[in-house]
Design a protein around this ligand. Structure first.
Ligand code: NAG
Ligand code: NAG
Ligand code: NAG
Ligand code: NAG
Ligand code: NAG
Ligand code: NAG
Ligand code: NAG
Ligand code: NAG
Ligand code: NAG
Ligand code: NAG
Ligand code: NAG
Length: 505
């Protein structure tokens, strides 16, 4: 059938939709009845978060003043999916933190100015750990430990190993079962030649030191040196270093998981034109080329018995870019990104956030005149919570073009839903009636499916976003009635440029 014939057919079948809808293409979705062998199972923890270490108290509060905004937005996700996301609490500031058992304040973290995104350092005391008890029940944490030199001059630390054990002992004692894993140091692959390590410090040196610190913590906590409670590597970007670290002696004896970090572009250190939506998160060629490394390394580490985690990620590095990270485009990108990652041997994805970051899913305390609020990225987690609700999900890539990703989702080995994401720019400034739509032709038997839509007037703005008809108010609560759309006649679902749909049997 030619496109015009298809349009004519659709116009007959969908008189109402066709009269107001510009259908520019048709794609048939043909999922297999079962996933291919070896696909990883995921649950709703798949779309998890990472909070920059020094901002944990702002996000979570403490025993007497829990942060009710964070509690609410996490509870929304629990209400949809049945389980809370996991929180990795770490980042650059974990490596410049020092634990003082006698410090009364939860955290002392001076910022150079209002424009600084991170403090000079973070001195933490026992009260800091109260913040790990405020999120909904069953929330698990990855705690980012410091990793100073054995003989450390910075902050007059002295014995860096003893400081690491001290911090680990306090966290382990406080968090109990809520502690999923420790990291030891953040992005150490970029440390050689900095304040943290000498220029000749190699990957092999790192692995030896990591094993030494992990063994010491393990002995301290359990009397044995083989506590498998560590997320290793935590590298800045995924090239081959995770595989090399394993070859150098990071093994299942202590490594529970290994983690890499990644971003689709950077808001610092570039020359010439800065990043745009089109050149970064909506450049599917670029995004897929980045995803290749995670596919490759996920395959390798899975074979070694250590699951691979995307332990810190987001749209644009250096705290995000205005007009990219804080608008609808980031939510659409994040749905496609998480769905694609879930089809690989990648165990979990942690979206990074901080009070002073532009890419945060939410900000939980007032800052610079802005109230606590959710940002567009949060809507991607609502969408993904719905996809992975109930757990035991496997995914397959169905459509993989420069402008669209579509996926099949299997629950307990059986086909359950389809996801389609249009990574095409549609701006709020354009005439809404001209928005192009792709007609998704569903397989037979899907006529009664329910359609959940993520939409707003344009990917360039953060306004009027709804998922299944609902939005999030100033208090972080879901508002509006949850609405499913029906499949159109002849088994068709429309997805507009810059929209995502979840079609559930
Ligand atoms: C708990 O948080 C409140 C509000 O930020 C603060 O005033 C109080 O000092 C904190 N308590 C502890 C033990 O840190
Ligand atoms: C603080 O708010 C002012 C006024 O809206 C704005 O110009 C400035 O860029 C903001 N600063 C930071 C660091 O966000
Ligand atoms: C923080 O660091 C800046 C330079 O990086 C320095 O000028 C400032 O004095 C430092 N502030 C504190 C409280 O250490
Ligand atoms: C573990 O480390 C903590 C903090 O340094 C210390 O108080 C404790 O005595 C140590 N426990 C063992 C068994 O070594
Ligand atoms: C590495 O560099 C440090 C400090 O520059 C130096 O003390 C040490 O001897 C060097 N180690 C090796 C193996 O070259
Ligand atoms: C633990 O660290 C202490 C202090 O550096 C050291 O004396 C001890 O040998 C270490 N133990 C292990 C098992 O690495
Ligand atoms: C998209 O990314 C590819 C690969 O990095 C690059 O060659 C291309 O120029 C990018 N397109 C845009 C519009 O920036
Ligand atoms: C990863 O493994 C899968 C399944 O064996 C294979 O199809 C794929 O090509 C591998 N990808 C890479 C990048 O090695
Ligand atoms: C998706 O497209 C990219 C880029 O062409 C390719 O590398 C990748 O293997 C494709 N993935 C699937 C599952 O077809
Ligand atoms: C959409 O808006 C963005 C941001 O304002 C702009 O950079 C881009 O050129 C616009 N694209 C189109 C297709 O209008
Ligand atoms: C439909 O969308 C296409 C592609 O964006 C555009 O060229 C065309 O002008 C639109 N047609 C109408 C009737 O809006």
């Amino acid at each position: 059938m030619t496109l015009s014939m298809e349009l004519a057919v659709l116009a007959v079948l969908l008189p109402l939709a066709a009269s107001v809808t510009n259908i520019t293409s048709t794609i048939s979705l043909s999922p297999a009845q079962t996933p291919s062998p070896g696909k990883q199972m995921h649950d709703a923890i798949y779309n998890s978060f990472s909070i920059e270490f020094s901002f944990m108290v702002e996000y979570a509060g403490n025993d007497s003043h829990p942060n009710t905004f964070s509690q609410q937005v996490i509870q929304n996700l629990v209400d949809i999916s049945g389980e809370p996301p996991m929180f990795r609490v770490g980042g650059s500031t974990q490596s410049l933190a020092v634990y003082y058992p006698d410090q009364a304040e939860a955290i002392i973290d001076p910022f150079e100015s209002i424009a600084s995104t991170q403090p000079n350092y973070s001195f933490i005391g026992p009260a800091f750990l109260q913040s790990f008890h405020q999120f909904p029940v069953d929330t698990k944490y990855i705690f980012g430990l410091n990793f100073y030199n054995p003989d450390e001059t910075l902050f007059d630390i002295g014995d860096g190993l003893a400081q690491c054990v001290l911090e680990a002992h306090a966290a382990y004692t406080s968090l109990g079962d809520a502690l999923y894993a420790f990291e030891i140091g953040n992005e150490v692959d970029v440390w050689p030649g900095t304040d943290m390590r000498s220029a000749n410090w190699t990957l092999d040196d790192y692995v030896k030191q990591w094993n030494h610190y992990a063994a010491n913590i393990s002995l301290n906590l359990t009397g044995k040196d083989d506590l498998q409670l560590f997320q290793g590597c935590v590298f800045e970007s995924p090239r081959n270093d995770v595989a090399n670290a394993e070859a150098d002696g990071m093994t299942t004896k202590r490594a529970k998981t290994v983690s890499d970090h990644d971003y689709m572009g950077t808001n610092c250190g570039y020359t010439g034109v800065g990043p745009t939506i089109e050149s970064t998160i909506f450049n599917r060629t670029l995004v897929l080329s980045i995803l290749w490394y995670h596919e490759y390394l996920g395959n390798l580490t899975r074979a070694s018995g250590i699951p691979y985690v995307l332990g810190e990620t987001n749209s644009i590095a250096c705290e995000g870019a205005e007009g990219i990270s804080d608008v609808m485009a980031s939510a659409i990108w994040a749905v496609d990104y998480v769905m694609y990652l879930s089809s690989l041997q990648v165990d979990r994805v942690h979206f990074h956030m901080c009070t002073r970051c532009r890419y945060s899913a939410w900000v939980a305390t007032p800052f610079n005149g802005t109230d606590p609020q959710v940002y567009p990225l949060y809507y991607a987690s609502l969408f993904n919570a719905q996809v992975f609700a109930g757990g035991e999900k496997q995914t397959e890539v169905l459509v993989n073009t420069t402008s669209m990703g579509a996926y099949a989702v299997y629950a307990g080995g059986e086909l359950e839903s389809l996801v389609a994401v249009s990574v095409s720019i549609w701006n709020s400034t354009e005439d809404a009636t001209a928005r192009p739509y792709t007609a998704l032709q569903l397989p037979e038997g899907w006529e009664q499916a329910r359609v959940f839509r993520l939409t707003n007037p344009g990917v360039d703005v953060a306004t009027d976003i709804t998922f299944a008809g609902q939005s999030v108010n100033q208090a972080g609560e879901m508002v509006g009635e949850k609405k499913y759309e029906d499949v159109l006649e002849n088994g068709v679902v429309l997805v507009g440029a810059g929209e995502a749909v979840l079609i559930q049997l």
